[in-house]
Design a protein around this ligand. Sequence first.
Ligand code: NAP
Length: 324
Amino acid sequence: MKAIVCKELGPPESLVYEEVADIAPAANEVRIKVVSAGVNFPDTLIIQGKYQFRGTPPFTPGAEVAGLVIAVGSKVKRLKIGDAVAAVVPIGGYAEAVNAAEEAVMPLPADFDLVMGGGFLLAYGTVMHALKQRGSLKAGETLLVLGAAGGVGLAAVQIGKRMGARVIAAASSADKLALCRAQGADEVIDYSQESLKEAVKKLTRGQGADVIFDPVGGELAQECFSSIAWSGRHLVVGFAAGTIPEIALNRLLLKGAATLGVFWGAFIAREPQVSLQNHQQLFAWIAAGELKPYVSKTYPLKDAAQALRDMLDRKVTGKIVLLP
Ligand SMILES: NC(=O)c1ccc[n+]([C@@H]2O[C@H](COP(=O)([O-])OP(=O)(O)OC[C@H]3O[C@@H](n4cnc5c(N)ncnc54)[C@H](OP(=O)(O)O)[C@@H]3O)[C@@H](O)[C@H]2O)c1
């Protein structure tokens, strides 16, 4: 089968598309024929050896897929050949087929769009966990989303809106913000043109945002503490800007506020039942037409390097997926 291989750590351009061996699933695994493989920001870091999880070359990147079960290990109980599934995998998703542990595989509802499915579990699962379990977002509260046109950002705009929040989307260009508006944002801030702090102040009549969804970090995160409401929650989701900000604790004290870490990968391992409930809620919203995960672009599998380059260059909106 064909796969993308990271033969040495480096930029996307060092990835290779080549023939690799087909490997039968272990006893607790299923083999999935990949219909779509989600591209996520951590993939850009893993191939460079800059992520908390380090792969040892040669390896195939890719942390999530959707597709069809084509083989099952001897101890697998819940799944059978032909099932339509989505799965999270430590590595290996950028391939025509991948093995996944049974507990990391989620059967998809009938008629679920498998192309969209490859970009669904990780981003939408992260956002549900962030807004529900970590941020305790309530209807009527104000949610500020940074990097709002990106993968998790746009999911936060959509899910925040569905949860009844007033959503302020913040991003770096007019085009990105037009997309956020089209996906439900009530207000927008272009932080390449205006001060985040002043704009939030104006849009919230000086009160600040109740919940801040922050996948960007860096200087913008610092500005968040001037933009947070009394009793507000700052959700630390990621550091796409490349710098991990430091917080002066007096800023939290003065606002009676909290900074909360969000780590979906650990959450699904430690609290699988709560994670399942989150996904059932997401599936129900999708089935009812109340949520439509947004895939902006598909790339052939062989063009994985281009997809990752676009992500690093901030050209990507919503989710992008690779099609083997
Ligand atoms: N904690 C978790 O469990 C979890 C789960 C999934 C993802 N994440 C993290 O969330 C972050 C976003 O992931 P994603 O897959 O949504 O990525 P993405 O689609 O590329 O979105 C990231 C957004 O960050 C903004 N950004 C600001 N500075 C950037 C820079 N120097 N390079 C690239 N983007 C920059 C961009 O928006 P503007 O151009 O509008 O600023 C971009 O749209 C990553 O740090 C990822 O590791 C965490």
